[in-house]
Write a protein that binds this ligand. Structure first.
Ligand code: TNX
Length: 686
């Protein structure tokens, strides 16, 4: 069996484009003084006159781009005495999660309190955001930053959570560090009013081709929700493995969960599965990050694991003693296949056992899931394996079961094909790369004719398992949709509402990035492929429609903001691909160096984020503050295969001859990017 996507032919690829690099970004200067806290209360609303200055916009690093922002005058500093004010009790949980976000790097107590705000506080308040429509209020928010404080306001707690994500990105990148950093924690004054373009902003993770633990999926929730992704589509079953306990059918996991993609997957990769308790706790974790979870058990194709687990389950009291009749695959009896082959497996729609199994799966997963959608799969079942009318019969009946559980059926866009009768409002996820009025767009146009809604995930623009270029990554990633690679330009420069002729924003409910795992094993590899491309999709799904082409101002502006996300990901310890399409900013934070008894410098003077750069391409100068300067040295982990370089520590050799206290200035530069500077005070320890 071939590994191809021939069942929905597609345009091979679009020409790879080289992108002009951006003009240099502005200088990052750390070392601002922290103002003493004064006593005036934060005004409930800031007068428009406070926003007339043209200082550097605070949002120049925010992804996705907020709808509107007006710069103000002055700078807010989060300080030791700052508090998080939960104005209503309903804001407390978001206030607590904000505190948990900000404490590790700042080291501040940041207590969550009620009552009036003081200078330096961050206030969370529930209330309609002026100027937003009812729809926009659902996730919309306002962030007001003045020299006195920060006010986050939204109609809903989801909106407040979104405001928190924007606030995190307004702060210096080091705010996302899991370890304490020196600050200062400043934000230029601004007023941001924001709301999403689409209600559905998704990421899909395939835990079937390779098993991933709940902990890995939860890391991905942390990362994706920071960019306002609100839907986690979990691909739980495929030919190579079934990954969730279904009560009454222990063989689905005792047999079905053991394999994975790879030569003889059972020995090379042990596979694995989630218990229902783990699944429930994952759904709760997602809810705390304002993400809903859509379960998918693919059917009728991509079911070799289900069939191999159940075809011999003759003693199961829920089955009729002849479970072999579920097997409509090309192999009789079924045969395990741990390659990436597709199209050979199918469940039989005529088998009562098929329905016993699918009903249990749909009911149990539906009952544990938070999304209104249940995804029944439906992709890549060629008519040579299961005739069109039998495919339609299976999809139709399963969709009725989904509906009976109170959920809305969703599936890959093939579910809109001939003979299917899905309820209006059911969702087709369009993955075919075909665009315009190409005949291969039929799955999307058919879905619209059937009054279904569309999630856009064309493989050439949204498949996160595709390589960035033909050779990157060298050992991971697929190329079937992107023969020359699909880098950040390909993920950003398209429009969900015009991609397929006749499929407009009347039909499109959102965008999803799909992380398939035939070639991927762990979080680091997932992150390398997901980041930074998910950020392009996050912006397409959230920010207003605008012309997006390689030459467009929108894309150039995006690349600039993306350039400020690399050091943020590095500070957070998240792996990513430092694509050369982006001019990654250097960033620097003061370290914890001290002087010993002989007045010699000990310990790191600073930490540098330099995504994609080796230490030998960076120049470090240290001005010791006593009339002497010298070069600094850098140490840290280099990039290896699909792991980005680590943060670098700056060290320098110096012994003072005189006074006790010195202000040291550290400057790091590299060709083609803005120089960064920080300073650190050294005192003799005596
Ligand atoms: C297509 S498109 C698939 C998956 C593969 C993926 C690999 C679609 C709905 N299915 O089964 O994992 O390509 O890129």
């Amino acid at each position: 069996m071939r590994h191809s996507r021939a069942y929905g032919a597609f345009h091979p690829f679009r020409p790879f484009r080289t992108v002009a690099l951006l003009a240099a970004l502005s200088l990052t200067v750390a070392g601002l003084a922290v103002p003493a806290a004064a006593a005036d209360p934060l005004p409930a609303a800031v007068p428009a006159s406070a926003y007339l200055s043209t200082s550097a916009p605070a949002i120049s690093s925010v992804v996705p781009k907020p709808v509107t922002s007006v710069p103000g005058t002055g700078v807010f500093t989060l300080a030791k005495g700052s508090r998080i004010v939960a104005t209503q009790s309903a804001t407390t949980s978001v206030a607590r999660s904000l505190g948990a976000d900000l404490r590790p790097s700042t080291g501040f107590a940041l207590p969550v309190v009620s009552g009036p705000a003081r200078n330096g506080d961050i206030t969370l308040s529930l209330g309609a955001v002026p100027g937003l429509s009812a729809d926009q209020q659902a996730e919309g928010y306002r962030v007001e930053v003045t020299t006195h404080g920060v006010l986050l306001q939204a109609k809903t707690t989801h909106g407040l959570f979104n405001a928190v994500q924007t606030l995190r990105q307004l702060l210096p990148s080091w705010i996302d560090s899991p370890t304490r950093r020196s600050g200062p924690w400043t934000i230029s004054s601004t007023r941001i009013t924001d709301y999403p373009r689409y209600a559905y902003r998704g990421i899909m993770l395939d835990i079937a081709r390779h098993f991933e633990s709940p902990a890995v999926a939860e890391e991905l929730i942390d990362q994706a929700s920071a960019y306002k992704i609100n839907t986690f589509h979990l691909h739980l079953s495929d030919d190579q493995g079934f990954r969730i306990v279904i009560n009454g059918f222990p063989r689905l996991t005792s047999i079905g969960a053991k394999g994975a993609v790879g030569t003889d997957g059972r020995t090379v990769d042990p596979g694995g599965f989630w218990t229902q308790a783990q699944y429930r706790s994952f759904v709760a974790y997602a809810a705390a990050h304002f993400m809903t979870v859509i379960p998918e058990v693919d059917s009728p194709g991509h079911t070799n694991a289900i069939i191999n687990a159940e075809f011999g389950d003759t003693a199961n009291p829920y089955l009729d003693g002849h479970p072999a009749d579920i097997n409509c695959s090309t192999n009789h009896p079924p045969v395990w296949n741990y390659t990436g082959d597709v199209g050979y497996s199918a469940l039989c729609p005529e088998s009562a056992n098929t329905w016993t199994l699918l009903t249990a799966i749909v009911q149990q997963l539906g009952a544990m899931s938070s999304s209104r959608y249940y995804d029944l799969g439906g992709d890549e079942t060629p008519s040579t394996t299961l005739a069109e009318n039998r495919y339609a019969a299976l999809v139709n009946r399963e969709a009725r079961i989904v509906k009976a559980t109170g959920k809305t059926a969703m599936g890959w866009a093939e579910i809109s094909g001939p003979g299917t009768t899905l309820a209006p409002g059911s969702v087709a996820e369009y993955w075919n790369p075909a665009s315009g009025s190409d005949p291969d767009t039929v799955s999307a146009t058919d879905a619209v004719k059937k009054h279904m809604k569309i999630v856009m995930a064309p493989a050439t623009h949204a498949y996160l398992d595709q390589r960035y270029t033909e050779t990157v990554p060298a050992v991971l990633g697929q190329t079937w949709a992107c023969e020359k690679g699909c880098d950040i330009d390909q993920f950003y420069n398209w429009d969900p509402s015009t991609y397929v002729t006749g499929v407009t924003d009347h039909d499109v409910i959102g965008v999803e990035g799909a992380m398939w795992t035939e070639t991927i094993r762990n979080l680091s590899e997932i992150d390398y492929l997901v980041m930074p491309r998910l950020l392009a999709l996050a912006e397409l799904a959230w920010s207003p429609k605008v012309t997006r082409t390689v030459k467009s101002p929108a894309y150039q502006y995006f690349l600039g903001r993306l350039g400020a996300q690399g050091d943020r990901l590095q500070a957070a310890g998240v792996n990513f691909y430092p694509t050369p399409e982006v001019r990654w900013r250097l960033d620097l934070t003061a370290g914890a160096a001290t002087l010993d008894r002989t007045r010699t410098v000990q310990g790191p003077l600073a930490t540098v984020a330099a995504p994609g750069r080796t230490t030998d391409t960076l120049t470090v100068k240290i001005n010791w503050g006593d009339g002497h300067s010298s070069p600094g040295t850098l140490s840290g982990d280099p990039a290896v295969n699909t792991s980005i370089n680590g943060l670098y520590a700056v060290q320098g050799d110096h012994t003072y001859s005189g006074a006790e206290s010195h202000r040291v200035t550290i400057t790091v530069s590299a060709p083609g990017t803005a120089t960064v500077t920080t300073s650190v005070s050294l005192r003799s320890n005596r």
